[in-house]
Design a protein around this ligand. Structure first.
Ligand code: T4K
Length: 424
């Protein structure tokens, strides 16, 4: 069966979300929370990741195709097909598929010929600054906007000095940094601007797909992303010369026009990865619709809970609703973020505290760049208050209701929970 002939799945239809009711009489702690003896809210651990994967029969058929062709990697037909389809979808000239976003970021630093220092947020996955370290660049950590969690031109400007060669902006949580002011700032100072868009497949800024901004953008197709090829990623650019360089850096034999590069790597995407990517691309709009409905349900269920703020994208004109991120205000909620995490874990709700403890407080930067330890108050505040809830393929409406109900009850019974926990 050819991957090209697969029909798209029916679009996901959201059911109306009923209003949320906090029970008038709160149950006893041992009936309300698994931590104190109740049955867990969920019957199996539910991770934060998206884990959208193709139907087994379609996967099996595409693997059989690969085995029959006996062509498993090295820029094979499926990798080329995925690049072409992504380029069409993102309306960008070049898509260079890679093994994962981390190697994509490393390749990007090499292709852009960066030197010295690069400004980036600390509030990101550790892979972002690590890519700089692999290419012997020095991170300059920038604080983020407290409302949008993104870096802004105003915050970057004071950090620019003669050694800075680039800005590596990170488009977080399915939102986007304000790209136009960042580009204007970069142009004014002769800096390269590129984006870590690991979270942003399917997002748009002012109707333009993310993937078209800066010199280039890097996406992740990890299993926990909205669009996945199990492992994988891509680099997008509208610059022909840069694309040619990236294709030559991606592997020692190159692909496309041969250009001279100093270093090569192995950032190739295998045919098995590309096959999963192609199958998931067929159903990506269904996944986005499902994410949108889940997000709306979380929003409606959690809106009445004091001390809890659901992160809403503000710059992106279209988001992928990849992340359900809550900010916990301990003073109003009654419990700390970490106390709530422990409570949810016992309920099989495997929420996470991304990005903790923050790049500037992680090895090796804690020791190598101590000047940033106490200089990023907004990042520290978010690191201490955010919680990421399960989202994506494995999360049903009933799961969302159960998760929201436990959070609401935790807020209602916060004082009792604190008292009981201090007895233990
Ligand atoms: N830039 C940014 C801003 C990023 O967020 C990332 C990656 C990158 C760059 C680098 O992209 P890649 O090089 O990875 O393509 C995960 C992912 O490994 C990572 O891709 C992601 N961001 C990061 C935010 O999260 P972990 O170690 O925190 O999560 P992990 O692997 O423990 O998975 C989360 C949950 O999902 C677990 O509870 C278990 C569950 N899970 C995970 C996998 C892999 C499954 O149920 N099945 C699975 O196959 O890093």
């Amino acid at each position: 069966m050819s991957l090209l002939r697969e029909p798209p799945l029916r679009p996901f239809r959201a059911r109306p979300v009923p209003p949320f009711q906090v029970p008038a009489v709160a149950p006893a702690l041992n009936e309300a929370f698994a931590l104190f003896g109740a049955t867990p809210a969920l019957d199996r651990p539910l991770p934060v990741g998206q884990l959208y994967f193709p139907d087994w029969d379609r996967y099996e058929a595409s693997m059989r195709d690969i085995f029959e062709r006996q062509y498993y990697t090295n820029h094979g037909p499926l990798a080329q097909q995925l690049e072409a389809r992504l380029a069409e979808r993102l309306r960008v000239r070049h898509v260079i598929c890679v093994t994962n976003a981390t190697i994509g970021l490393i390749m990007a630093c090499e292709a852009l010929e960066l030197t010295g220092k690069v400004i980036l947020p600390s509030f990101t996955f550790i892979a972002t600054p690590q890519a700089l370290s692999w290419t012997r660049l020095t991170p300059v950590f920038c604080d983020v906007d407290p409302l949008t969690h993104q870096i802004t031109a105003d915050r970057i400007a004071p950090l620019i000095d003669a050694e800075v060669s680039a800005i590596l902006a990170v488009n977080l949580w399915g939102d986007a940094c304000p790209a136009a002011p960042l580009q204007a700032l970069a142009d004014r100072h002769g800096l390269k601007l590129f984006f870590d868009s690991a979270h942003s497949m399917g997002c748009e800024i002012g109707g333009v797909p993310v993937g078209n901004f800066g010199a280039l953008e890097v996406f992740s197709f990890h299993a926990t992303k909205a669009f996945s090829s199990a492992e994988g990623g891509c680099i997008t650019t509208n610059d022909d010369a840069l694309a040619a360089k990236l294709r030559n850096i991606r592997s020692s034999y190159g692909a496309g026009p041969a250009v001279s590069v100093v270093k090569t790597s192995n950032g190739r995407m295998s045919e098995a990865q590309a096959a999963i990517g192609l199958l998931n691309l067929d159903t990506f709009d269904t996944a986005l619709g499902r994410n949108r409905a889940s997000f709306a349900r979380y929003r409606s269920r959690l809106a009445p809970v004091p001390g809890v703020t659901l992160y809403e994208p503000r710059h992106a004109s279209k988001t992928n609703h990849q992340y359900v991120v809550l900010e916990i205000d301990e003073a109003r909620f009654g419990l700390s973020r970490d106390a709530l995490l422990g409570l949810l874990k016992a309920e099989n709700i495997v929420a996470r505290r991304y990005f903790y403890p923050g790049s500037h407080r992680s090895v090796p930067y804690l020791d190598e760049l101590p000047q940033f330890v106490d200089s990023l108050p907004e990042t520290d505040r978010l690191n201490a208050r955010l919680i990421q809830l399960p989202s994506g393929a494995l999360v049903s409406d009933a799961d969302i209701d159960a998760i929201a109900e436990r959070i609401a009850t935790a807020q209602q019974r916060a004082a009792d929970i604190v008292a009981r926990s201090s007895e233990a």
